[in-house]
Design a protein around this ligand. Sequence first.
Ligand SMILES: [Zn+2]
Ligand SMILES: [Zn+2]
Length: 157
Amino acid sequence: MTKTHVAECHCGQVRITCKGEPYPVFMCNCKLCQRRTGSPVHIGAWWPMEDVTIEGTTKAFTRTTGEQGTEVTFNFCPDCGTSIWWGGKTEGDGPLVGHYGIAGGCFADPDFPAPTHSFYERTKHPWIKAPDGIPCFSGTIDDPSVGAEIEALMHKG
Ligand SMILES: [Zn+2]
Ligand SMILES: [Zn+2]
């Protein structure tokens, strides 16, 4: 039987069931995720859209990121405020089209798969360590070259 992982917001109104294992699992050290999550590091776990079932109501917040002005929309629980999923684009460019990103912390599972990539390490808190051997990107969210590096890497994955 395929393993499932279940994410919930703080109050339990939003429940997301994901089939199989996530890939990639991002560790994001950007300042925007720090503010969005209230945590020094954010974990983003990606699944193909067909393996994800989202129950409950969410509200969307769109932010514009970096010099390229990339728009990213985050979905949060209107009752408790947990920022829980994003992505879910079915058209456009980029390796993550056709995928949902789910907040790794919302699985509240110590056995959850470890990060496969670490991003925006220039704003990483120094005591946070990425798992040994994973690709780490040193730029900040405002650094346009990081987006291209990520894209190239993801197409390989
Ligand atoms: Zn909630
Ligand atoms: Zn981030």
